[in-house]
Design a protein around this ligand. Structure first.
Ligand code: NAI
Ligand code: 15L
Length: 273
């Protein structure tokens, strides 16, 4: 059987770096695309390294050739100017979807964010957590761009039959400690992230799906049901790090809304959140 080839855009970023080692499999080649600056292949590592922009149709056509699935992570991962956000996140995602469609790639997994629904209140979550298909209430231009890519994924499924799974990621970092108390709610552990992407790659004929990307945290407020329906099983819980978190709890709107500190950050201004 031919090797499975998976294209990961934005592979030099935080999530891409965490997934590069975790999504290695016998019989799988990872094609890794970022603007530049990716670590060289390790001995025996089945990777193809590409430099290019997700906004460049020619680069994306080349990147999608011979690919079975795309995990699209590339773009701005926090707030920046409207123009940049529109170009890289929205136009870039349209370019990725179009290249995938034209190349006959059957499945695209899109990295969305909790900031699509950043202005939903935490207390909307209820017993089982905020549903993964809660309608958009973005907290930033960044959140608006993620709402737009969710819609683009839906369009490419409905028009062209692509399987598109949109993952509204909470906070995927090596540990929740850097995130402060909010991380105990939002953390997606790297190992759970890999389990989630594996489920997205393996599930038969998903069609268009919206799921949350989160670990089974004690303080979780996002529903796991939609991801579990694809075969995901979280084995991690941020609570095991609670003793190491000394930063003070959030207060005011940042404590009341899903988007945390993003809900009060200046619109369109790059910031370190
Ligand atoms: P990151 O900022 O660490 O990585 C993003 C990568 O995309 C960078 O390596 C960057 O060089 C690349 N990139 C930027 N513009 C590009 C372009 N025009 N063409 C190709 N590559 C480009 O972000 P991170 O944390 O790894 O997030 C990955 C994805 O997951 C992003 O789409 C982000 O919005 C989403 N996400 C991440 C969360 C997290 O907690 N890490 C939470 C929610 C969503
Ligand atoms: C995101 O969407 C960002 O990409 C990530 O850097 C974190 O800020 C995360 O949300 C979060 O809410 O913690």
């Amino acid at each position: 059987m031919a090797d499975q080839r998976v294209l990961i855009t934005g592979s030099a970023g935080i999530v891409g770096g965490l997934m590069r080692s975790r999504l290695r499999r016998e019989g799988r080649i990872l094609r890794l695309l970022d603007l530049s600056g990716q670590p060289a292949a390790e001995a025996g590592e089945a990777v193809e390294l590409i430099s290019g922009s997700v906004t460049d149709p020619a680069a994306m056509a080349e990147a999608c050739a011979g690919v079975d699935a795309v995990i699209h992570l590339g773009g701005h991962s926090r707030e920046t100017s409207w123009e940049e956000t529109l170009d890289v996140n929205v136009h870039g995602t349209k370019t990725v979807l179009e290249a995938a469609r034209a190349a006959g790639v059957s499945r695209v997994i899109l990295a969305s964010s909790n900031h699509t629904v950043g202005f939903r209140r935490n207390d909307e979550a209820g017993e089982t957590g905020l549903p993964a298909d809660s309608t958009a209430r973005p907290d930033t231009f960044y959140g608006v761009s993620k709402a737009a890519i969710e819609a683009l994924g839906s369009l490419y499924h409905s028009r062209f039959g692509l399987d598109v799974i949109v993952v509204r990621i909470g906070s995927c970092f090596p540990s929740p400690v850097v995130l402060g108390p909010r991380g105990l709610v939002t953390w997606l552990s790297p190992d759970d992230g890999a389990r989630l992407f594996e489920a997205c790659l393996a599930t038969p004929s998903p069609g268009y799906r919206l799921i949350w990307g989160v670990s089974d945290n004690t303080r979780r407020i996002y529903s796991l049901a939609e991801a579990e329906a694809l075969g995901y099983k979280s084995l991690d819980n941020a609570e095991t790090f609670a003793d190491q978190i000394t930063a003070p709890a959030l207060t005011g709107p940042a404590a009341e809304y899903v988007g945390g500190p993003f809900v009060t950050a200046p619109l369109g201004e790059p910031n370190p959140l």
